[in-house]
Design a protein around this ligand. Sequence first.
Ligand code: ATP
Ligand code: MG
Length: 430
Amino acid sequence: MPRVIPRDQHSISRKDLSDNALKVLYRLKDGGHESYLVGGCVRDLLLGKHPKDFDVATAGHPDEVHQLFRNSRLIGRRFRLVHVRFGREIIEVATFRAAHDSQDNVSDNHSRQAESGMLLRDNVYGTVEEDALRRDFTVNALYYSIEDFAIHDYANGVEDLNNRVLRMIGDPEARYREDPVRMLRAIRFAAKLEFTIEPKTEEPIRRLSSLLADIPAARLFEEVLKLFLSGKGVITFQLLREFDLFRHLFPITDAFLNDSDDPTAERLIVEALRSTDARIRRGKSVTPAFLYAAMLWHPVQQRIERLRHDGVPPIPALHQASQEITQQQGRATSLPKRFSGPMREIWELQQRLPHRFGKRAEQLLQHPRFRAGYDFVLMREASGEDLEGLGPWWTEYQSAAIDQREEMVQQLGRSPKRPRRRRRRKPAVG
Ligand code: ATP
Ligand code: MG
């Protein structure tokens, strides 16, 4: 039996809820299906935060739900659910899940489990009570009912929420084996909610981290976006490294960080995440391209150096190196072309921005990716790379009047043909 927290003893009121989520709940109810709000929205509202989205759990089967809403789509195979779309808002409707009966695991349409214990299909339906115990963390298993506007707590989630504790429901190791992505989710919620991970929930993570190798690259990419674009990227990165999970998301970067004694590599990543976190706080847009550009910048540089050493000219070296690194990264987390393209343009601009002679500076300013390339230069400088004043030069150039700009270009004082000379000589030590 759940613990029921009646309307007058919790802080969620109907005006906090999305109208569309309410529409879905009432339509399901009229269709005869027991339904609740569940998951992140209930948790975040109780914590006084704005929910990112609203998830609904119902007794109705996916096909029945789909039939109730013209604006809906059936999605997923491993975990079937229904998306109900209202303009830009999507309400996710999941049917109550139950535990899998180990006897009918083999070649069943609804339930499939790999030898490792990993669930390949999780479509065995059940009651709300069973559903609660199939969820990951206790604070994610709180149900808000539109019958009585009460919160139904089957897993002692309210107490954990009040104590700011993230606790896995059931046996943590078994639950991680069923779905290794739950390890990433533990880190994500710990960082996002500033919760402590309860010791038994924390203990298996480092030990089981390599189970992530079995997760499809596309699903890991989705998780990377949630991990790093949630406004707590810096702390998330540190926790992922600490729990040896980062290696499975960014293997090349992780190896570089472990092998290299150059501190600017880690600082660049932290700078990129810091600026991403700040942009999210200010409600500005963020792109995964920039994040991936920072994560992979030093490995790409290393690859370029090796190619240059073998006599490959700079531009082909950059192209070959970014091609190879993008492909390799794609095997860990897929990287859609709409992000890898801009990422590579940011890298190309790093090669082009130092060349400012003649009309080049003016042309570079018109480059559609100039802003990202310039921001990336500033970040490299903030991480400790010495770019001989490149960032400040571009800062000044952008705000200068036309004639000042010409002068700035002339003052660069060297032609592209002549061998490079340092502009400012370091004073001789001695
Ligand atoms: P967010 O704020 O990121 O949306 P959330 O808790 O709502 O957080 P979702 O990924 O939207 O996370 O999932 C909704 C709910 O579904 C979760 O709160 C949890 O109850 C359940 N859930 C999601 N993924 C899993 C999983 N891998 N294993 C068990 N339960 C899960
Ligand atoms: Mg959610």
